[in-house]
Design a protein around this ligand. Structure first.
Ligand SMILES: CC(C)(COP(=O)(O)OP(=O)(O)OC[C@H]1O[C@@H](n2cnc3c(N)ncnc32)[C@H](O)[C@@H]1OP(=O)(O)O)[C@@H](O)C(=O)NCCC(=O)NCCS
Length: 151
């Protein structure tokens, strides 16, 4: 079973196994090292003040932390999703289920439109989005863009 849950400090150990060189290839960031992992886990425990929501959640499969899903507020009624899975669990449908959970969370926040985009060389991410209910909307700065209409 794939679920989303709040991060705890102990998750810092697992984050570098998720944000590996292979996983960050299209994310425009370096692999995560232990220091950043601890910072991120602490940050997730105390989200920035001033935003109604800015989630960084763990993706668990049968209770094991295997990825990270994010939901960032963009405006009063729009939000953006992000997701990264540990490479050894790719291809099992986990990201699609996690994104569906993110859409449920967005609905609970009263969001009417969720936005997403992916690197042009990362079609698997686009497939995740369309399977989860997003529709392609074109591209921005070379990145294919998608929206999920929740209204
Ligand atoms: C992209 C990513 C999230 C997918 O996670 P996942 O759990 O493997 O995704 P799912 O199993 O739910 O679905 C993957 C789909 O992409 C398809 N796919 C895989 N490689 C593909 C490719 N090269 N071209 C097209 N589709 C591809 C799979 O076949 C599957 O579709 P299907 O169910 O119709 O067969 C994962 O590879 C990942 O974490 N990558 C690194 C981080 C990242 O790129 N995040 C997205 C940022 S926008």
């Amino acid at each position: 079973m794939v679920e989303l849950r709040e991060l705890v400090l102990g998750d810092a150990r697992a984050l570098p196994t998720i944000y590996t060189a292979e996983a960050v290839r299209y994310l425009g960031r370096p692999p995560m090292e232990a220091t950043e992992a601890l910072f991120r886990a602490r940050q997730a425990l105390a989200p920035p003040v001033g935003l109604p929501y800015d989630h960084m959640l763990g993706i668990t499969a049968d209770g094991e932390l295997v990825g990270i899903a994010t939901l960032h507020q963009r405006s009063t009624d729009t939000a953006a999703v992000g997701y990264v899975l540990r490479p050894d669990v790719w291809g099992r449908g986990y990201a699609t289920l996690a994104v569906r959970h993110l859409l449920d969370l967005a609905r609970r926040h009263g969001v009417s439109q969720v936005q997403a985009r992916h690197h042009p060389d990362n079609p698997a991410s686009g497939r995740v989005l369309t399977k989860a209910g997003f529709a392609p909307t074109g591209e921005h700065a070379g990145f294919p863009t998608y929206t999920a209409d929740l209204s």
